[in-house]
Ligand binder design. Structure first.
Ligand code: GLC
Length: 467
Protein backbone atom coordinates (compact mmCIF):
# COMPACT_ATOMS: atom_id res chain seq x y z
CA UNK A 1 0.00 0.00 0.00
CA UNK A 2 1.36 3.44 -0.77
CA UNK A 3 1.14 6.47 1.50
CA UNK A 4 -1.82 7.97 -0.36
CA UNK A 5 -3.92 4.87 0.28
CA UNK A 6 -2.77 4.70 3.88
CA UNK A 7 -3.63 8.34 4.39
CA UNK A 8 -7.17 7.63 3.21
CA UNK A 9 -7.48 4.67 5.57
CA UNK A 10 -6.32 6.76 8.51
CA UNK A 11 -8.51 9.68 7.52
CA UNK A 12 -11.51 7.33 7.83
CA UNK A 13 -10.33 6.30 11.29
CA UNK A 14 -9.95 9.92 12.30
CA UNK A 15 -13.69 10.42 11.66
CA UNK A 16 -14.28 8.95 15.12
CA UNK A 17 -13.21 12.21 16.81
CA UNK A 18 -16.64 13.92 17.19
CA UNK A 19 -17.98 10.75 18.82
CA UNK A 20 -15.02 10.64 21.24
CA UNK A 21 -15.47 14.30 22.10
CA UNK A 22 -19.10 13.61 23.03
CA UNK A 23 -18.10 10.63 25.19
CA UNK A 24 -15.66 12.75 27.17
CA UNK A 25 -18.55 14.79 28.53
CA UNK A 26 -19.75 11.70 30.43
CA UNK A 27 -16.67 11.48 32.65
CA UNK A 28 -17.56 12.72 36.12
CA UNK A 29 -14.48 13.83 37.99
CA UNK A 30 -10.82 14.33 37.21
CA UNK A 31 -8.07 15.90 39.28
CA UNK A 32 -4.72 17.31 38.16
CA UNK A 33 -1.65 17.68 40.37
CA UNK A 34 0.81 19.02 41.35
CA UNK A 35 2.30 21.77 39.22
CA UNK A 36 0.39 24.78 38.03
CA UNK A 37 2.28 27.95 37.12
CA UNK A 38 2.40 30.82 34.64
CA UNK A 39 4.40 30.52 31.43
CA UNK A 40 6.00 33.63 29.96
CA UNK A 41 6.44 32.86 26.29
CA UNK A 42 9.21 34.38 24.21
CA UNK A 43 10.02 33.38 20.63
CA UNK A 44 13.70 34.05 20.06
CA UNK A 45 15.29 34.66 16.65
CA UNK A 46 18.67 33.25 15.63
CA UNK A 47 19.97 36.79 15.09
CA UNK A 48 19.06 37.77 18.65
CA UNK A 49 20.76 34.72 20.05
CA UNK A 50 23.84 35.62 18.02
CA UNK A 51 23.97 39.04 19.69
CA UNK A 52 23.55 37.53 23.14
CA UNK A 53 26.31 34.97 22.50
CA UNK A 54 28.65 37.77 21.46
CA UNK A 55 27.66 39.91 24.47
CA UNK A 56 28.72 37.07 26.74
CA UNK A 57 31.89 36.27 24.75
CA UNK A 58 30.73 32.76 24.01
CA UNK A 59 32.67 31.16 21.15
CA UNK A 60 31.63 28.57 18.58
CA UNK A 61 33.84 25.87 20.09
CA UNK A 62 32.15 26.26 23.47
CA UNK A 63 28.63 25.79 22.14
CA UNK A 64 29.53 22.63 20.26
CA UNK A 65 30.01 20.81 23.54
CA UNK A 66 27.53 22.18 26.05
CA UNK A 67 27.16 19.59 28.79
CA UNK A 68 25.67 21.64 31.63
CA UNK A 69 21.98 21.33 32.44
CA UNK A 70 21.55 23.83 35.28
CA UNK A 71 22.34 27.49 35.96
CA UNK A 72 25.17 29.03 37.92
CA UNK A 73 25.01 32.48 36.39
CA UNK A 74 22.96 34.41 33.77
CA UNK A 75 25.50 33.43 31.08
CA UNK A 76 24.21 29.85 31.45
CA UNK A 77 20.77 30.97 30.25
CA UNK A 78 22.34 31.72 26.87
CA UNK A 79 24.10 28.35 26.87
CA UNK A 80 20.81 26.60 27.68
CA UNK A 81 18.94 28.34 24.87
CA UNK A 82 21.81 27.66 22.46
CA UNK A 83 22.03 23.99 23.42
CA UNK A 84 18.33 23.49 22.65
CA UNK A 85 18.32 25.73 19.56
CA UNK A 86 21.28 24.06 17.85
CA UNK A 87 20.09 20.53 18.63
CA UNK A 88 16.37 21.17 18.18
CA UNK A 89 15.69 19.67 21.62
CA UNK A 90 13.50 20.58 24.60
CA UNK A 91 14.99 21.03 28.07
CA UNK A 92 13.93 22.63 31.32
CA UNK A 93 16.50 23.89 33.81
CA UNK A 94 15.47 24.91 37.30
CA UNK A 95 17.14 27.28 39.71
CA UNK A 96 16.85 28.59 43.22
CA UNK A 97 18.70 31.75 42.21
CA UNK A 98 16.38 34.72 41.81
CA UNK A 99 19.08 36.50 39.74
CA UNK A 100 18.31 34.15 36.87
CA UNK A 101 14.63 35.14 37.03
CA UNK A 102 15.51 38.82 37.26
CA UNK A 103 17.90 38.64 34.33
CA UNK A 104 15.20 37.08 32.16
CA UNK A 105 12.64 39.64 33.29
CA UNK A 106 14.97 42.58 32.60
CA UNK A 107 16.72 41.35 29.47
CA UNK A 108 14.34 39.07 27.62
CA UNK A 109 10.82 39.88 28.77
CA UNK A 110 7.93 38.00 27.19
CA UNK A 111 5.43 38.24 24.38
CA UNK A 112 2.52 36.67 26.24
CA UNK A 113 1.56 34.80 29.39
CA UNK A 114 -0.31 31.52 29.40
CA UNK A 115 -1.15 28.62 31.67
CA UNK A 116 1.88 26.55 32.62
CA UNK A 117 2.70 23.34 34.42
CA UNK A 118 1.39 19.89 33.62
CA UNK A 119 -1.42 20.22 36.17
CA UNK A 120 -2.56 23.62 34.94
CA UNK A 121 -2.34 22.84 31.23
CA UNK A 122 -4.13 19.52 31.56
CA UNK A 123 -6.75 21.10 33.85
CA UNK A 124 -7.63 23.72 31.23
CA UNK A 125 -7.73 21.17 28.42
CA UNK A 126 -9.90 18.63 30.20
CA UNK A 127 -12.33 21.25 31.43
CA UNK A 128 -12.68 22.63 27.90
CA UNK A 129 -13.36 19.11 26.66
CA UNK A 130 -16.34 19.04 29.00
CA UNK A 131 -15.37 16.60 31.77
CA UNK A 132 -18.06 17.28 34.37
CA UNK A 133 -15.65 18.42 37.10
CA UNK A 134 -11.94 19.09 36.90
CA UNK A 135 -10.14 19.94 40.14
CA UNK A 136 -6.73 21.55 39.67
CA UNK A 137 -4.12 21.59 42.39
CA UNK A 138 -2.55 25.03 42.86
CA UNK A 139 0.07 25.85 45.47
CA UNK A 140 -0.02 29.50 44.50
CA UNK A 141 -3.17 31.12 43.19
CA UNK A 142 -2.90 34.91 42.94
CA UNK A 143 -4.99 36.85 40.41
CA UNK A 144 -2.37 36.45 37.67
CA UNK A 145 -2.56 32.67 38.07
CA UNK A 146 -6.37 32.73 38.12
CA UNK A 147 -6.30 34.64 34.83
CA UNK A 148 -4.55 31.72 33.14
CA UNK A 149 -7.44 29.39 33.97
CA UNK A 150 -10.20 29.25 31.38
CA UNK A 151 -13.42 30.90 32.41
CA UNK A 152 -15.28 27.60 32.88
CA UNK A 153 -17.61 26.61 35.69
CA UNK A 154 -16.45 22.96 35.63
CA UNK A 155 -12.82 23.94 36.33
CA UNK A 156 -12.28 24.24 40.07
CA UNK A 157 -9.60 24.99 42.66
CA UNK A 158 -9.47 25.79 46.37
CA UNK A 159 -9.62 29.34 47.67
CA UNK A 160 -8.04 30.83 50.84
CA UNK A 161 -10.85 29.46 52.97
CA UNK A 162 -10.58 25.93 51.64
CA UNK A 163 -13.69 26.26 49.49
CA UNK A 164 -13.82 24.71 46.05
CA UNK A 165 -14.60 27.45 43.53
CA UNK A 166 -14.27 28.21 39.85
CA UNK A 167 -10.48 28.36 39.39
CA UNK A 168 -10.50 31.52 37.27
CA UNK A 169 -12.26 33.39 40.10
CA UNK A 170 -10.09 32.25 43.00
CA UNK A 171 -7.70 34.88 44.31
CA UNK A 172 -5.37 33.97 47.12
CA UNK A 173 -4.10 37.40 48.04
CA UNK A 174 -0.84 36.43 49.76
CA UNK A 175 0.46 34.21 46.97
CA UNK A 176 3.32 35.09 44.59
CA UNK A 177 2.98 34.40 40.86
CA UNK A 178 5.20 31.53 39.70
CA UNK A 179 6.52 32.53 36.28
CA UNK A 180 8.57 30.22 34.05
CA UNK A 181 10.37 31.47 30.95
CA UNK A 182 9.61 29.50 27.81
CA UNK A 183 12.05 30.42 25.06
CA UNK A 184 10.79 29.02 21.78
CA UNK A 185 12.67 28.86 18.47
CA UNK A 186 11.87 27.82 14.92
CA UNK A 187 13.24 25.11 12.70
CA UNK A 188 15.48 26.52 9.97
CA UNK A 189 16.34 29.68 11.90
CA UNK A 190 20.09 30.20 12.19
CA UNK A 191 22.94 32.29 13.59
CA UNK A 192 26.53 32.87 12.63
CA UNK A 193 29.36 32.60 15.13
CA UNK A 194 33.10 32.54 14.37
CA UNK A 195 32.30 32.03 10.66
CA UNK A 196 30.18 29.00 11.42
CA UNK A 197 26.46 28.81 10.74
CA UNK A 198 24.34 27.03 13.33
CA UNK A 199 20.89 26.06 12.04
CA UNK A 200 18.05 24.94 14.27
CA UNK A 201 17.02 21.43 13.10
CA UNK A 202 13.59 21.31 14.79
CA UNK A 203 11.22 23.86 16.34
CA UNK A 204 11.38 23.42 20.10
CA UNK A 205 11.80 25.26 23.41
CA UNK A 206 14.06 25.87 26.38
CA UNK A 207 12.46 26.46 29.79
CA UNK A 208 14.11 28.43 32.59
CA UNK A 209 12.31 27.90 35.86
CA UNK A 210 12.57 29.79 39.12
CA UNK A 211 9.62 28.61 41.17
CA UNK A 212 9.98 28.30 44.94
CA UNK A 213 6.60 26.58 45.44
CA UNK A 214 6.81 23.91 42.79
CA UNK A 215 10.52 23.37 43.47
CA UNK A 216 9.52 22.48 47.02
CA UNK A 217 6.47 20.49 45.98
CA UNK A 218 4.32 22.64 48.23
CA UNK A 219 0.91 20.98 48.56
CA UNK A 220 -2.45 22.58 49.10
CA UNK A 221 -3.89 20.80 52.15
CA UNK A 222 -7.49 21.23 51.04
CA UNK A 223 -6.74 19.49 47.75
CA UNK A 224 -4.89 16.71 49.58
CA UNK A 225 -7.81 15.98 51.88
CA UNK A 226 -10.35 16.35 49.07
CA UNK A 227 -8.85 13.40 47.20
CA UNK A 228 -8.89 11.38 50.39
CA UNK A 229 -12.61 11.77 50.71
CA UNK A 230 -14.05 12.24 47.23
CA UNK A 231 -14.48 9.63 44.53
CA UNK A 232 -12.43 10.70 41.55
CA UNK A 233 -12.18 8.87 38.21
CA UNK A 234 -8.76 10.04 37.05
CA UNK A 235 -5.75 11.72 38.56
CA UNK A 236 -3.30 13.28 36.10
CA UNK A 237 -0.07 13.43 38.04
CA UNK A 238 3.18 15.28 37.40
CA UNK A 239 5.25 18.09 38.89
CA UNK A 240 8.26 16.19 40.23
CA UNK A 241 10.39 17.60 37.42
CA UNK A 242 11.49 20.83 39.18
CA UNK A 243 12.77 19.04 42.30
CA UNK A 244 16.47 18.96 43.08
CA UNK A 245 18.34 16.46 45.21
CA UNK A 246 20.33 19.27 46.87
CA UNK A 247 17.05 20.99 47.71
CA UNK A 248 15.61 18.12 49.74
CA UNK A 249 13.92 16.70 46.64
CA UNK A 250 14.21 13.04 47.66
CA UNK A 251 12.43 13.64 50.97
CA UNK A 252 9.76 15.61 49.11
CA UNK A 253 9.20 12.60 46.86
CA UNK A 254 8.92 10.31 49.89
CA UNK A 255 6.31 12.63 51.31
CA UNK A 256 4.43 12.62 48.00
CA UNK A 257 4.50 8.82 48.02
CA UNK A 258 2.64 8.86 51.35
CA UNK A 259 0.10 11.35 50.08
CA UNK A 260 -0.55 9.49 46.82
CA UNK A 261 -0.71 6.12 48.59
CA UNK A 262 -3.39 7.48 50.88
CA UNK A 263 -5.35 8.81 47.91
CA UNK A 264 -5.12 5.40 46.32
CA UNK A 265 -6.40 3.59 49.35
CA UNK A 266 -9.46 5.80 49.62
CA UNK A 267 -9.98 5.96 45.85
CA UNK A 268 -9.45 2.37 44.73
CA UNK A 269 -10.82 2.71 41.19
CA UNK A 270 -9.08 5.97 40.38
CA UNK A 271 -6.76 5.68 37.38
CA UNK A 272 -3.49 7.51 38.01
CA UNK A 273 -1.56 8.73 35.00
CA UNK A 274 1.99 9.94 35.53
CA UNK A 275 3.40 12.39 32.99
CA UNK A 276 7.18 12.08 33.20
CA UNK A 277 8.21 15.60 32.03
CA UNK A 278 11.77 16.80 31.45
CA UNK A 279 13.63 16.16 34.73
CA UNK A 280 17.26 17.24 34.79
CA UNK A 281 18.25 16.05 38.27
CA UNK A 282 19.20 12.40 37.89
CA UNK A 283 18.60 11.41 41.51
CA UNK A 284 15.09 12.85 41.27
CA UNK A 285 14.50 11.12 37.95
CA UNK A 286 15.56 7.83 39.50
CA UNK A 287 13.25 8.39 42.47
CA UNK A 288 10.34 9.07 40.08
CA UNK A 289 11.06 5.72 38.42
CA UNK A 290 11.50 3.84 41.69
CA UNK A 291 8.81 5.42 43.82
CA UNK A 292 6.18 7.31 41.84
CA UNK A 293 5.89 5.06 38.78
CA UNK A 294 4.83 2.03 40.88
CA UNK A 295 1.88 4.05 42.20
CA UNK A 296 0.69 4.82 38.67
CA UNK A 297 -1.52 2.84 36.30
CA UNK A 298 -0.39 4.71 33.23
CA UNK A 299 2.72 6.64 32.13
CA UNK A 300 3.23 9.17 29.35
CA UNK A 301 6.53 10.39 27.94
CA UNK A 302 8.28 11.72 24.84
CA UNK A 303 11.47 10.66 23.04
CA UNK A 304 13.81 12.73 25.21
CA UNK A 305 12.19 11.65 28.46
CA UNK A 306 12.49 8.02 27.34
CA UNK A 307 16.25 8.44 26.84
CA UNK A 308 16.48 10.21 30.21
CA UNK A 309 14.77 7.33 32.01
CA UNK A 310 17.00 4.74 30.33
CA UNK A 311 20.04 6.67 31.54
CA UNK A 312 19.08 6.38 35.19
CA UNK A 313 18.04 2.76 34.79
CA UNK A 314 21.50 1.65 33.67
CA UNK A 315 20.49 1.27 30.00
CA UNK A 316 23.13 3.56 28.55
CA UNK A 317 23.75 1.58 25.37
CA UNK A 318 20.11 1.70 24.38
CA UNK A 319 19.90 5.36 25.45
CA UNK A 320 22.86 6.24 23.19
CA UNK A 321 21.41 4.25 20.32
CA UNK A 322 18.16 6.21 20.53
CA UNK A 323 19.96 9.49 20.95
CA UNK A 324 21.89 8.85 17.72
CA UNK A 325 18.91 7.46 15.88
CA UNK A 326 15.58 8.55 17.31
CA UNK A 327 13.32 6.15 15.44
CA UNK A 328 10.15 4.32 16.36
CA UNK A 329 11.97 0.98 16.11
CA UNK A 330 14.69 1.96 18.58
CA UNK A 331 12.19 3.67 20.84
CA UNK A 332 9.98 0.60 20.82
CA UNK A 333 12.76 -1.40 22.51
CA UNK A 334 12.93 1.27 25.18
CA UNK A 335 9.19 1.47 25.76
CA UNK A 336 8.97 -2.31 25.97
CA UNK A 337 11.83 -2.32 28.46
CA UNK A 338 10.10 0.35 30.54
CA UNK A 339 6.76 -1.48 30.35
CA UNK A 340 8.34 -4.70 31.62
CA UNK A 341 10.56 -3.11 34.24
CA UNK A 342 8.17 -0.55 35.67
CA UNK A 343 5.28 -3.03 35.56
CA UNK A 344 2.87 -0.22 34.88
CA UNK A 345 -0.38 -1.33 33.17
CA UNK A 346 -0.11 1.12 30.31
CA UNK A 347 2.71 3.20 28.87
CA UNK A 348 2.44 5.68 26.05
CA UNK A 349 5.15 7.31 24.00
CA UNK A 350 4.39 10.46 22.05
CA UNK A 351 7.13 10.96 19.49
CA UNK A 352 7.31 13.19 16.42
CA UNK A 353 4.65 11.82 14.05
CA UNK A 354 3.65 8.77 16.08
CA UNK A 355 1.99 7.75 19.33
CA UNK A 356 2.63 4.28 20.65
CA UNK A 357 0.96 2.53 23.59
CA UNK A 358 1.88 -0.77 25.17
CA UNK A 359 -0.80 -1.97 27.56
CA UNK A 360 -1.82 -5.05 29.51
CA UNK A 361 -4.69 -7.07 28.10
CA UNK A 362 -6.51 -6.43 31.35
CA UNK A 363 -6.19 -2.63 31.31
CA UNK A 364 -9.54 -0.92 31.90
CA UNK A 365 -9.63 0.81 28.52
CA UNK A 366 -9.83 -1.46 25.47
CA UNK A 367 -7.08 -1.16 22.86
CA UNK A 368 -9.67 -0.11 20.26
CA UNK A 369 -10.77 2.74 22.52
CA UNK A 370 -7.14 3.60 23.16
CA UNK A 371 -6.60 4.04 19.42
CA UNK A 372 -9.59 6.38 19.30
CA UNK A 373 -8.21 8.26 22.29
CA UNK A 374 -4.85 8.69 20.57
CA UNK A 375 -6.58 9.88 17.39
CA UNK A 376 -8.54 12.45 19.40
CA UNK A 377 -5.28 13.55 21.05
CA UNK A 378 -3.62 13.92 17.66
CA UNK A 379 -6.40 16.24 16.48
CA UNK A 380 -6.56 18.29 19.68
CA UNK A 381 -2.79 18.72 20.02
CA UNK A 382 -2.22 19.55 16.36
CA UNK A 383 -5.06 22.06 16.59
CA UNK A 384 -3.24 23.62 19.54
CA UNK A 385 0.05 23.71 17.59
CA UNK A 386 -1.74 25.26 14.62
CA UNK A 387 -3.75 27.83 16.56
CA UNK A 388 -1.22 28.57 19.31
CA UNK A 389 -3.80 27.88 22.04
CA UNK A 390 -6.98 26.01 22.74
CA UNK A 391 -9.17 28.29 24.74
CA UNK A 392 -12.50 27.83 22.94
CA UNK A 393 -14.36 24.62 22.17
CA UNK A 394 -14.10 25.19 18.40
CA UNK A 395 -10.29 25.39 18.69
CA UNK A 396 -10.16 21.71 19.65
CA UNK A 397 -10.76 20.45 16.13
CA UNK A 398 -9.20 23.15 13.93
CA UNK A 399 -6.75 20.66 12.41
CA UNK A 400 -9.23 17.82 12.00
CA UNK A 401 -9.41 18.04 8.20
CA UNK A 402 -5.71 17.29 7.77
CA UNK A 403 -4.16 14.02 6.69
CA UNK A 404 -1.72 12.15 8.88
CA UNK A 405 1.95 12.88 8.24
CA UNK A 406 4.31 10.97 5.93
CA UNK A 407 6.84 10.85 8.75
CA UNK A 408 4.28 9.19 11.01
CA UNK A 409 3.39 6.62 8.37
CA UNK A 410 7.00 5.76 7.71
CA UNK A 411 7.74 5.40 11.46
CA UNK A 412 4.68 3.17 11.80
CA UNK A 413 5.65 1.14 8.75
CA UNK A 414 9.18 0.57 10.09
CA UNK A 415 7.75 -0.51 13.41
CA UNK A 416 5.31 -2.92 11.73
CA UNK A 417 8.23 -4.43 9.79
CA UNK A 418 10.41 -4.76 12.84
CA UNK A 419 7.69 -6.54 14.78
CA UNK A 420 6.69 -8.56 11.75
CA UNK A 421 3.10 -7.39 12.25
CA UNK A 422 2.04 -5.87 8.91
CA UNK A 423 -1.50 -5.29 10.21
CA UNK A 424 -0.18 -2.58 12.55
CA UNK A 425 0.24 -0.17 9.65
CA UNK A 426 -3.42 -0.03 8.67
CA UNK A 427 -5.18 -1.07 11.89
CA UNK A 428 -2.90 0.47 14.50
CA UNK A 429 -3.17 -2.66 16.61
CA UNK A 430 -1.30 -5.91 17.23
CA UNK A 431 -0.52 -8.39 19.97
CA UNK A 432 3.03 -8.68 21.23
CA UNK A 433 4.10 -11.13 23.93
CA UNK A 434 1.53 -10.74 26.68
CA UNK A 435 0.78 -7.16 25.74
CA UNK A 436 -1.27 -5.22 23.26
CA UNK A 437 0.38 -2.61 21.11
CA UNK A 438 -1.53 0.28 19.60
CA UNK A 439 0.04 2.99 17.50
CA UNK A 440 -1.16 5.78 15.24
CA UNK A 441 0.43 8.16 12.77
CA UNK A 442 -0.34 11.73 13.81
CA UNK A 443 -1.06 15.03 12.12
CA UNK A 444 2.00 17.31 12.05
CA UNK A 445 1.79 21.07 11.81
CA UNK A 446 4.79 22.35 9.85
CA UNK A 447 5.03 25.74 11.48
CA UNK A 448 3.57 25.33 14.92
CA UNK A 449 2.60 28.53 16.74
CA UNK A 450 3.49 26.86 20.00
CA UNK A 451 4.84 23.56 21.28
CA UNK A 452 4.88 23.95 25.01
CA UNK A 453 2.39 21.68 26.73
CA UNK A 454 1.97 19.41 23.71
CA UNK A 455 2.94 16.28 25.60
CA UNK A 456 0.61 17.08 28.48
CA UNK A 457 -2.26 17.62 26.07
CA UNK A 458 -1.57 14.44 24.13
CA UNK A 459 -1.26 12.20 27.18
CA UNK A 460 -4.30 13.47 29.02
CA UNK A 461 -6.61 13.62 26.00
CA UNK A 462 -5.60 10.21 24.72
CA UNK A 463 -6.16 8.56 28.10
CA UNK A 464 -9.55 10.11 28.78
CA UNK A 465 -10.86 10.02 25.21
CA UNK A 466 -9.85 6.38 25.21
CA UNK A 467 -12.07 5.51 28.18
C1 GLC B 1 7.03 22.15 32.82
C2 GLC B 1 7.36 23.62 32.98
C3 GLC B 1 6.16 24.49 32.69
C4 GLC B 1 5.54 24.12 31.35
C5 GLC B 1 5.32 22.64 31.25
C6 GLC B 1 4.88 22.29 29.85
O1 GLC B 1 6.17 21.77 33.82
O2 GLC B 1 7.82 23.88 34.28
O3 GLC B 1 6.54 25.81 32.71
O4 GLC B 1 4.33 24.78 31.18
O5 GLC B 1 6.47 21.91 31.56
O6 GLC B 1 4.80 20.94 29.64
Amino acid sequence: MDNQELKKIWKEKYLVVPQCLEKLKKISKTATAFNTNIDAIYKIKGSQLETLLKDFNIEAKEIEHITISSFNEPRDIILGITKCFTRGIAEEWVTEDINIYNWLKDNIGYQRLQMGGQGGIIGNTLALLGIKEVIAHTNSHPKLQAEQFLDLSNLLAFDDEGKLRQASLVERKEDTPLIHWIIEFDKGDAFLLDDKTFTCPKSNRFIATYDPCNMNLVMNKDFVSYLNTTKTDYLLLSGFNPLLEKNNGLALIDNAVNVISEWKSSNKDMIIHLEIASTQDKAIRKAIVDKIAPLSNSIGLNERETIDLLEVMGQNTLAKKIENNTTSTNLFDAILYLKKTLKVERIQLHMFGLYLTIQDKTFKHTPENNINGMITASVVSSSKAYNGEITKYEHLTLASDRFVSDIGLSELSNLANKLNKPELLSTGLCNFDDFIITAIPTIIIDQPKTLVGMGDTISSVSLLAGA
